[in-house]
Each structure stands twice: as C-alpha cells, then as structure tokens.
Design a binder for this molecule. Structure first.
Ligand SMILES: Cc1cc2nc3c(=O)[nH]c(=O)nc-3n(C[C@H](O)[C@H](O)[C@H](O)COP(=O)(O)OP(=O)(O)OC[C@H]3O[C@@H](n4cnc5c(N)ncnc54)[C@H](O)[C@@H]3O)c2cc1C
Length: 466
C-alpha cells in the first residue's frame, strides 16, 4: 500500500484533499506564507490521527498539524516543497464530557474556542480563554501556541488552563494524559512539553481544561489617557482596588483606533479620539452589576482626579460592553484589510513598557521618517502588539522592504529590557531565525535534545520553532 492509499484507508477518500480542495489550507491568515502539500487529511478521531501519523512515519513524510489556521507566525503552513502531509483537526470537534463537580471540560482538539466557551456557559461555567480569533481558532491550536488573549491577567494563558492532554506521538503511539487533576506530582509534567510546541513534538487530539464560576456581572469601561505611563498607573490602581475582579486591561494607541473606525465603519468610538492612549478595563464581579459599576466608577474617578485619565465611558449594557470589545478586537482585522504591517508580539515587565515604547518609537523614527507605530495589546500582561505601519503617502511595502532592520531595532530593545520577542503567537516560521539571536545557546540546545528524543526522524512540523 503506498502512502496515498494508506491515508485513504485511514480517513476515507473524501477526507484526503488535493489540488484546489487543499488550497485554502495552504495559505496562512495573513496571506504571508503559502505552502504546498502532497495531501490535506481530515481525520475524525484519535485512532484516525494515529493511523495517519503511522503511515506518514513509515513513509518518512513530514506532517504539519493545523487547527483553525488563524496563527500569525506561519506555524500551520507547510513549506513549498510539496513533501508534507497537512493534518487538519477540524473534524475532531466533539465535547467529550463536562465534570461540573470537578470544574473541568474534556474536548477534542478541533473544537473551536467559542464552541468550548458556549458549552461551558450552558452548564453555568466559564471557560476564560478569550481572543479575537475565537470564532475560528481551535483548542488544539490554542494549546500548541499556548495562546494568551484578553483574560490572562486573571486566569492565565492556555497552559495555565490545561490539566490533561491526549497526544498522538510521531510514530503513531497515543499518549492518554487526560487527567483532570489539580495536583499530580508524579514526575515530569509532560503536557507542558506539547503546550507551546507549535506541533513540533506531536499532534494534540484532546484536552481536559479548567472551568470557573460564571461571574454575576461584567462591567467594561474605556478611558482616554495622556500617556502610556498613565495607563500603567491606572493598571496599578485598578489592581489594588479590584484585585482578582480585574479580568482585562487592554491598551490601544490612538492611531490603532483611528484606523480601525475608519476601516470598519460599523464600529464607533464612544469618546473623541483626541488622546494618545486608550485603556479598556473589565471587572468581573461575583456580587452583581451595582457592585461592579460602583467599583469601576471609583477607580476611574480617582484616576481622573490625579490626571491619569482625561475622560472615560462606562458601558451601561451588554450591547455597549460588546461595542467596546469590538473596537479592541477589530484592530487586527482592520489592519489586515489596510494591507497589514510589520508585526511584533512582545512582552516586557509591565514596569518597562512605557519607557520601551517611548524610546523605541524615537529610535525607529530617527531611522525611518515614514514609520507609524500602531500599538495595542494586553498591558495587564506586559504584552504589546508593537506593530509598524507607514504614514499616509508611503505605501506599506516600504515597511516590508525594511522588515528585517525594523525587527532588529525592536527585538534588540526588547531583549535589552529582559523581554520576549514572542509573547503569545509563537515562533512558527516568522521568528525561527530571530530567536537564535536572543535565546541562550544552551536553552536552544536543550530544546533540540527534547525534539530529537520525542521526534527522532524530525517529521513533526519541520522548519518551525527550531
Ligand atoms: C484576529 C486575530 C486575533 C488574535 N488574537 C490573539 C490573542 O489575543 N492571543 C493569542 O495568543 N493569539 C491570538 N491570535 C493568534 C491565533 O488565533 C492563536 O495562535 C490561536 O491559538 C491559533 O489557533 P488555530 O487553531 O487557528 O491554530 P493554527 O493556526 O491552525 O496553528 C497554530 C500552530 O499550532 C499548531 N497546531 C494546531 N493544531 C494543533 C494540534 N491539534 N496539535 C499540535 N499542533 C497543532 C500548528 O501546527 C501551528 O504551529 C490571533 C489571531 C487573529 C487572526
């Protein structure tokens, strides 16, 4: 039996796609990476994934796992050699079980994030991972990239929300580590190897995830700020006053917002876009709406008095709160429609963020007089999307032509302050080379040793991460 026949035997002819049927899987969300594959296969069960992986291993053919294909670093796109088999997990989309007393949900890797949030919600629970791509991104992709999003401040990232995993290893063995335990000190915690590995160590097929109580109320506000340093002070103030009730603290530069409302006319800013920075705060409250509103208003009033904010709008209904979130979440979509920009997904100690932006903006402007920083992100986690566009009159291609130089200025500045050049999107193809400049050689060598031990033939998503 040749490989094609083995794949058809594993998943059925209708789920081995080639030619035009395979094309949508072979280009990434930003349309910056296009690859090719000998086939796209769509298994519907863990056993089928194992059969596919076994067949590919026997034929010594590389494999590229893919979920919702919303990754931003080219991790789910094969190279252009046409050698690989792309394994799409989208048909593995069952919620296997919910254990209310244990506050856990067990889902297959192809479940779309929003589907998991809704399944938890129907049982009166919260699955708190939340990001703008949640209508398409899958749990497998979320775990493989250790996704962050807007509630990391309170609940942690995908890694923190995971209790157990099921993984198909290179070679086709199935590791069932679907334990729903909050305490288990029985040696190396293997799930953490596969979380954030971007598909380079195995195919995640299912996960057991933590659930939380649904908050009684969620209140959101948008504040206009005179500086990013003022945003940092507002964050500190909100944390001190609200503690764990502060579930999100996002910042947006004025330019990012201006472009967004210009490009997506259905969105409106509830405040004039006159200040350089805006913060979106969300409080989740166990007591109720009145309690949350009073706390939010107290925080904002004190910040106004101290000059840390200039103006604020508190959402008075769920619809108004959604509209505020749409403004924030519309930023990547709006900029993709405007032709994209040079992206950086960086993290720093929160205490360094304002100084970093000020001095790196100045360094970039000193070098490229056409550059326009488009900055937004999860300030509560010290994570900024520090993206570079071009001022009106200069085509964005000019920025892409200088991408390497821009990246070096930004990444060197991040590294000098003890930060990370990939806070939540991963390395994929985009940052695979850059990371060798910043990660200690020994760390990279340990990663290579782990890769060799778990995937000795180097068939799992080659050319990504390492
Ligand atoms: C508009 C927009 C907003 C975003 N906002 C955020 C954000 O706030 N925070 C954030 O962290 N990310 C964000 N992202 C990035 C992206 O949504 C996340 O990285 C997401 O977790 C990827 O999920 P996916 O299913 O689309 O994965 P894919 O893009 O399909 O794959 C991503 C990586 O995971 C691997 N992979 C996928 N499934 C599996 C599996 N089952 N087993 C092993 N490896 C697998 C792939 O090989 C690839 O390396 C955003 C993206 C967009 C387009």
């Amino acid at each position: 039996m040749n490989l094609h026949q083995a794949l058809v035997a594993a998943v059925g002819e209708a789920n081995v796609l080639t030619g035009e049927d395979a094309a949508p899987y072979l280009i990434d969300w930003r349309k910056r990476y296009a690859g090719s594959a000998r086939a796209v296969v769509r298994p519907a069960s863990t056993a089928q994934v194992a059969d596919v992986v076994r067949a590919c291993t026997e034929a010594q053919v590389p494999m590229v796992p893919q979920g919702g294909n919303t990754g931003l670093v080219g991790g789910a796109t094969p190279d252009d050699s046409g050698a690989a088999v792309l394994i799409s997990l989208q048909r593995m989309n069952r919620v296997r079980s919910i254990d209310i007393a244990n506050d856990t949900i067990t889902v297959e890797a192809g479940c779309v994030l929003q589907q998991v949030q809704e399944a938890a919600n129907r049982r009166g629970r919260l699955f708190p991972l939340s990001l703008a791509a949640e209508g398409s991104a899958t749990i497998g992709g979320n775990l493989a990239t250790n996704a962050g999003g807007v509630q990391v401040l309170r609940y942690g990232n995908a890694r923190d929300l995971t209790l157990g995993l099921e993984v198909v290893l290179a070679g086709g063995e199935i590791w069932n580590g679907l334990r729903g335990l909050r305490k288990d000190n029985t040696g190396y915690d293997l799930k953490h190897l596969f979380i954030g590995a971007e598909g380079t160590l195995g195919v995640i097929t299912a996960a057991t995830l933590k659930l939380y109580p649904l908050p009684a109320a969620q209140m959101t506000a948008l504040a206009a700020l005179p500086s990013l340093a003022a945003a940092t002070r507002l964050l500190e103030r909100a944390r001190a006053a609200a503690g764990a009730a502060l579930t999100a603290f996002e910042v947006m530069g004025r330019i990012a917002l201006e472009h967004t409302v210009e490009t997506l006319p259905a969105l409106r800013a509830p405040l004039p876009l006159a200040e350089p920075w805006y913060a979106l705060l969300e409080l989740s409250d166990a007591e109720g709406e009145q309690h949350a509103t009073a706390m939010l208003e107290r925080i904002l009033a004190a910040a106004l008095e101290d000059g840390d904010i200039v103006d604020a709008a508190v959402a008075r209904s769920l619809a108004e709160s959604r509209a505020l979130w749409q403004l924030r979440e519309g930023i990547p979509e709006a900029h993709a429609r405007r032709g994209g920009n040079v992206k950086h997904d960086i993290s720093l100690p929160v205490s360094c963020v304002a100084e970093f932006v000020e001095s790196t903006n100045a360094a970039l402007r000193g070098r490229f007089d056409w550059i326009e920083p488009i900055v937004f992100g999860h300030l509560g986690d010290g994570n900024l999307h520090y993206n570079m566009g071009t001022m009106a009159g200069t085509p964005i291609e000019v920025a892409f032509d200088h991408e390497k130089e821009i990246n070096t200025v930004v990444n060197d500045a991040v590294h000098a302050r003890g930060g990370s050049i990939s806070a939540e999107h991963g390395l994929g193809q985009l940052k695979r080379e850059a990371i060798t400049r910043y990660k200690p050689a020994l760390e990279l060598e340990l990663m290579r040793r782990i890769k060799r031990a778990i995937d000795p033939l180097g068939l799992m998503n080659p050319g990504k991460v390492l």
